[in-house]
Design a protein around this ligand. Structure first.
Ligand SMILES: Nc1nc2c(ncn2[C@@H]2O[C@H](COP(=O)(O)OP(=O)(O)O)[C@@H](O)[C@H]2O)c(=O)[nH]1
Ligand SMILES: [Mg+2]
Length: 319
């Protein structure tokens, strides 16, 4: 993508790039100290600092970070997504690492995630728990299936090969993050980041990573309510990426269902010589008209999306 290319021209040498490791936390007293010490003891390929963004922990999370001399910011708005966006606003580092504070991701994978971004082979690297080693029971069946469904939707819309759109372990250049249009306040942020980056033509690479079980504390993700939020976000994003494909599929669906009353009408006309089922005629007409309407909505949405992309392009190429 041209924007990514422009950025790469100003890329600093690998060892000059500063990395900010952003850890969103909400009551992670049982894992945060070990995570901080793992990062400090790790032989990282880049100079880095740790920034914890806390969502109002009521346990000892903040106290532990203070004891460990780690900078802790208190997020202003609610949710993991807001926390991540606020943390990026607060840093001036060249490269951002996001890692959860619950100790489920391994610091040992950090270099392999960082390398492609530092050497400009990728714009965003996502640690894939699906490609890598997962501890048994670390992802519940429900979450695993949800993840699969989201990945399939993304891959279908964008012709990509994403295996873990919900991963919380990822690396990207700060400028790339700033260029993504992200609305998510909560756990939808990960899916939104992946789709936005792919839709904008950034090079998104997945690397297999280890994933472990949470130790003592509780997950903050509610599979049902957060699942619905993520689905909603994904629905809007896919609609935005390819409206004609999205609404066209709905049109095909209506037409296919419409074949049922139509076959009844044809049967009556040919075999019985007369159409006797009025409801079938009404139903077939309604389904046909709704299908056509969906196609028209798709075309109008396509115009809206194209003009938005044009405005974005003009803004990005102003100078
Ligand atoms: N700052 C902040 N962190 C959060 C919030 N919700 C969750 N987190 C953190 O985000 C990370 C991932 O959350 P987690 O509950 O483990 O979700 P899961 O891995 O999908 O089950 C953990 O480090 C949480 O402490 C929030 O509202 N604010
Ligand atoms: Mg977790």
């Amino acid at each position: 993508m041209d924007l990514a290319l422009e950025m790469s021209k100003n890329l600093k040498a690998k060892n000059e790039q500063k990395v900010e490791i952003i850890i969103p936390t909400l009551n992670e007293e049982s894992s945060i100290r070990e995570l901080i010490s793992d990062i400090r003891n790790f032989n990282c390929i880049a100079q880095n600092s740790i920034l914890v963004i806390d969502g109002g922990s009521t346990d000892k999370t903040v106290e532990i970070c203070n004891e460990e001399n780690v900078i802790v910011l208190q997020q202003r708005r609610k949710g993991k997504g807001s926390a991540m966006r606020e943390a990026v606003d607060a840093t001036e580092a060249d490269v951002i690492v996001f890692i959860d504070g619950d100790g489920t991701y391994s610091v040992n994978d950090l270099n392999s995630l960082l390398e492609p971004v530092l050497s400009d082979k990728a714009d965003m690297v996502v640690g894939s728990r699906v490609l890598g080693d997962r501890e048994k029971g670390s992802i519940s069946k429900f979450n695993y299936l949800g993840n699969k469904l989201f990945n399939k939707t993304i891959n279908f819309s964008l012709k990509t090969n994403v295996t873990d759109s919900l991963s919380g372990y990822r690396v990207l250049r700060r400028e790339v993050f700033k260029d993504l249009i992200l609305f998510s306040d909560s756990f939808e942020i990960e899916v939104e980041m992946t789709v936005e980056a792919l839709a904008k033509g950034y090079r998104v690479q997945e690397i297999p990573i280890k994933y472990g079980k949470r130790k003592e504390s509780q997950t903050k993700l509610n599979p049902l309510s957060d699942g619905i939020k993520i689905s909603k976000t994904l629905l809007f994003i896919t609609m935005n990426i390819n409206p004609i494909k999205f609404f066209g599929l709905i049109t095909i669906g209506f037409f296919l269902i419409g074949l049922i009353p139509i076959s009844q009408i044809v049967y009556e006309k040919i075999i019985l010589g007369n159409i006797i089922s009025l409801p079938s005629v009404i139903l077939a007409t309604l389904l046909f008209v709704t299908g056509i309407m969906s196609l028209v909505i798709g075309l109008v949405s396509e115009l809206v999306v194209r003009s938005r992309r044009r405005i974005e392009y003009l803004i990005n190429h102003k100078n």
